[in-house]
Design a protein around this ligand. Structure first.
Ligand code: MBD
Ligand code: FE
Length: 279
C-alpha cells in the first residue's frame, strides 16, 4: 500500500467509525501515529511475528515500569529538551542554567528545610566521600531569588535511588531546600555513583540489540522553582566520570559539568555546615 491508501484506510477504521464525542487532538495524534506505523511496516516489510514481538516488548516494559527509562535511553527525553531549547531561542528566552532531562526516578514529598540539608542517612558515610553542594539561586540578570525551592535527588554508592531501591531508607538522598535570604543553599551528602540500567531489564535488552551500554555518569538532579518563575529541571554531572560525555540518556551538557574540589580546611568545613545534626 502507498501512503495515500494507508491514510485512507486508517481514517476509514478510526475516524469514519466515530459515533460519539471526538477528542480532536487525540484523534489527530492516533491517526498520524498509525499512519506512520503502517508505513514503517510497509517500508521495513515487517513480518506479523515481528509486529507481535514489538507489542509484547511494550507490555513487558510497562509491566517492569521501564517505559520512562526507555524514553531516556532512546533519547526521546533529550529530544524534548532540544525542542524546548529551540522554542526558548525563538521566543528570545535566553541565559541561565541549561535545562536537562528529569529522568524517571523523581519522587515528590522529600523532607524540606531552609538553607541547609543533610541528604544522606549516614549508612554509607564510611565508604563514600562526603560531598557538599553549594549554590545561589538567581534570575537571569543575577538577582538573588530568596526562598526559591531547590529539590535535589541522587543515587547512592551503588548507583541506586531510594524508593525504587527498597533497601534504602525513605527519602534517602532526596531533599527540598528553600534558599535562604541570599538565595543560598548548601547540601551535605555522599558522592553519588553513576546509574546503570538493570542488566536483565527491558531497557537494557533493547540497548543490547543496539550494541549500546546503559550507564550514566555520576550526577545530581534538580528542580528549581519560585513564584513567578518557570520551573527549571536540570542536573549537574561530575567531572572525571568515564561516562561524563558517554551518557546513555544524553543528559550531560556544556554548563552542567561540576568539578568536585577537595575541602580540607576546617574553617571552610564549618562554613559549609559540616557535622550539623541530621535533619
Ligand atoms: C537515572 O538516574 C537517570 O537520571 C536517568 C535519566 C535515567 C535513568 C536513571
Ligand atoms: Fe539520575
Amino acid at each position: 500500500m502507498n501512503r495515500q491508501e494507508i491514510d485512507l484506510l486508517v481514517k476509514k477504521m478510526n475516524v469514519e467509525t466515530a459515533t460519539g464525542v471526538v477528542d480532536e487532538r487525540i484523534q489527530q495524534i492516533v491517526v498520524r501515529l498509525l499512519g506512520d506505523l503502517f508505513q514503517a511496516i510497509e517500508d521495513l516489510d515487517l513480518s506479523p511475528s515481528e509486529v507481535w514481538k514489538g507489542l509484547e516488548y511494550f507490555t513487558d516494559a510497562g509491566q517492569a515500569n521501564e517505559l520512562g527509562l526507555l524514553a531516556a535511553g532512546l533519547g526521546l527525553e533529550h529530544f524534548l529538551d532540544l525542542r524546548s531549547d529551540e522554542a526558548d531561542a525563538q521566543a528570545g528566552v535566553l541565559g541561565g542554567t541549561p535545562r536537562t532531562i528529569e529522568g524517571p526516578l523523581y519522587v515528590s514529598g522529600a523532607p524540606e528545610s531552609v538553607g541547609f540539608a543533610r541528604m544522606d542517612d549516614g549508612t554509607e558515610s564510611d565508604k563514600l566521600d562526603l560531598l557538599f553542594i553549594e549554590g545561589t539561586v538567581t534570575d537571569v540578570d543575577g538577582n538573588v531569588i530568596e526562598g526559591a525551592k531547590v529539590e535535589m535527588w541522587h543515587a547512592n554508592g551503588l548507583g541506586m535511588y531510594s524508593f525504587f531501591d527498597n533497601s534504602q531508607s525513605e527519602f534517602n538522598l532526596r531533599r527540598t531546600i528553600m534558599a535562604d535570604g541570599n538565595g543560598h543553599y548548601v547540601a551535605q551528602t555522599t558522592m553519588p555513583v553513576g546509574y546503570g540500567c538493570p542488566p536483565e531489564g527491558t531497557t537494557q535488552a533493547v540497548l543490547n540489540k543496539l550494541g549500546r551500554h546503559g550507564n550514566r555518569p555520576s550526577h545530581v538532579h534538580y528542580f528549581v522553582s519560585a513564584p513567578g518563575f518557570r520551573k527549571l529541571t536540570t542536573q549537574f554531572n561530575i567531572e572525571g566520570d568515564q561516562y561524563l560525555w558517554d551518557d546513555f540518556a544524553f543528559a550531560t551538557r556544556e554548563g552542567l559539568v561540576a568539578v568536585a574540589a577537595d575541602v580540607s580546611d576546617a574553617a571552610e568545613m564549618a562554613r559549609l555546615g559540616a557535622d550539623k545534626p541530621f535533619k
